[in-house]
Ligand binder design. Structure first.
Ligand SMILES: [Zn+2]
Length: 97
């Protein structure tokens, strides 16, 4: 196999993986509603221990406890995990008060 056909195979594999990705993901536009502040079923947010899982097709957020409810409806879903981590300011010393 020469370099050109090897590159073509790699490119075809890349394109097929992009097809899979576009099947489970949607790019939000200015009119899309994204529920990324709290879980759809409770008040957990990105500051909860496990973070908030945002479905990249429906743009709905779920905590780890309620994530299985969404996975039951959308088994091939892809999620973005949003997690807020608070850092104590004394780590930075004099830079941050
Ligand atoms: Zn929840």
């Amino acid at each position: 196999m020469n370099d050109t056909s090897e590159m073509k195979d790699v490119f075809q594999t890349y394109l097929s993986s992009m097809d899979d990705l576009t099947r489970v993901c949607v790019v939000p536009d200015a009119h899309s509603k994204v529920w990324k502040d709290e879980c759809m079923y409770c008040y957990c947010d990105s500051e909860c221990d496990s973070g908030l899982y945002i479905n990249m097709k429906s743009f709905q957020g779920f905590c780890s406890k309620h994530l299985t409810l969404d996975q039951g409806k959308h088994p091939e879903a892809l999620y973005l995990i949003e997690k807020t981590i608070k850092v104590a300011s004394y780590i930075y010393g004099d830079v941050c008060d």
